[in-house]
Structures are given as C-alpha cells and as structure tokens.
Design a protein around this ligand. Sequence first.
Ligand code: SF4
Length: 228
Amino acid sequence: MQLNIEIPTGIVPAEGILPALRKVVNDAVAAGVARLPGGETEVSCRAGCGACCRQLVPISDIEARALAALVERQPEPRRAALRARFEDVARRLDEAGLGEAALAPTRQPMAEQKTLAARYFSQALPCPFLEAESCSIHPERPLVCREYLVTSPAALCATAGHPDIDPVAVPHLSTLAPRITAPDTGRRDTMALPMLFRWLDKNPTAPAPRPAEEWMGRFLAAAREASS
Ligand code: SF4
C-alpha cells in the first residue's frame, strides 16, 4: 500500500498523531473491503447494530488520553452521564472479578486473553459511547473499532465466537499503537476502553511532547517489524 499521510507540524503530544493513525487504519480497512469478492459480498455492519460494542475493546494509552479529553469536553449533562457510564461498567467488571485484568488485558498470556474476552462479553456490558445501538463518537472511535467489519449477518455478532461470523480480513494496525509511546513509558499493553479513567488515575503523566515525525516514525517502524 502507498499512503499519503498528513501529520502535524512541530512538537506535539503523542495523541496529536491520532488523526493520522485513523487515516492509516481507515485506508488499510478500505483496502481490505476492496478485496472482497466483487458483487457477491458486502459489509453487513450498519448504524443501529451495536452487537460488537459489548466486546472487550482494547485501546492504547494515546487513545485513552484522547478519549478522556473528548469526554471532558462534552457539555453538561452529557459529560456527567458519560462519566457515570464509565464508572458503572468499571464497577460491574470489578463485581465480576474482571476489573484488574481489564486494566491490562494484553499483558495476560494469549490463552487467558481469550478466556478474559469471553468472560467480558458474557457480562453484556455496552460500551459507554454506545447510544441507541450506534457509536456516539463515530468519527473519533478507537482504531480497533474501525478494523472490525463482518460480511456475515450482523445478528451473529451477538454470540461470542459464533463459527459463522465472517470478518473482513484487514491488518490489525491498532495493535501497534501502544508501541508509539513504549520507549518513553516502558509499556506496550492496552486497556479495556471502559477502564480508561481508572487507568489514567494510575498513569496520570503523559510522555513529553515530541516532533510528530518521531511519533509517526515509531509507528511505521513497528509496522515494518510486524510485517517482516
Ligand atoms: S467506541 Fe463506538 S464503535 Fe467502539 S465499541 Fe464503543 S460504541 Fe462501539
């Protein structure tokens, strides 16, 4: 793939390159959709189907900071309602014994990650941003949400691991996002989206701003390493 990526000029916080990362992921997903067998197969995801929005959605630290800022920018009473939804999901995860693991799901061994994802889905916890079964932050949704598209009947996504779910094959570039700040933070793990405020309470200090080229260079280096 050849990509034209616009990045900010100057020194920016790491989350400053999120718009560029969204463009990269969008283009990669569009390329995957374009490879579907012509005329016979189409993406069945539609606004109003939020079945996949009850899965464990892993996000990176830069997305956590951007989404927290997005929530805090909302006018009242929407801001307070969103914060209450986040707290409600986190509390219910605690009650299910999943709170700690949901703070760092990708730090678990792979077999345990699958068990955690299944247990999380069984709680049927809607994403705090899900409203009327649609994403209320669609233009700013996490990278991983952009990568989940299916061609099978949308209703199947309500059953975790249904054998007839047919996802569109796309590169999972979202998994590389934590690598952008890893040299500063020493962390490569993610968190379940509803835990982001809990995670920020424990990790309040953002990495120092750097030139946007440097942030993007780290992402592209991670992509090269993953594909080699
Ligand atoms: S951010 Fe939007 S698309 Fe992603 S899980 Fe939440 S509601 Fe769904």
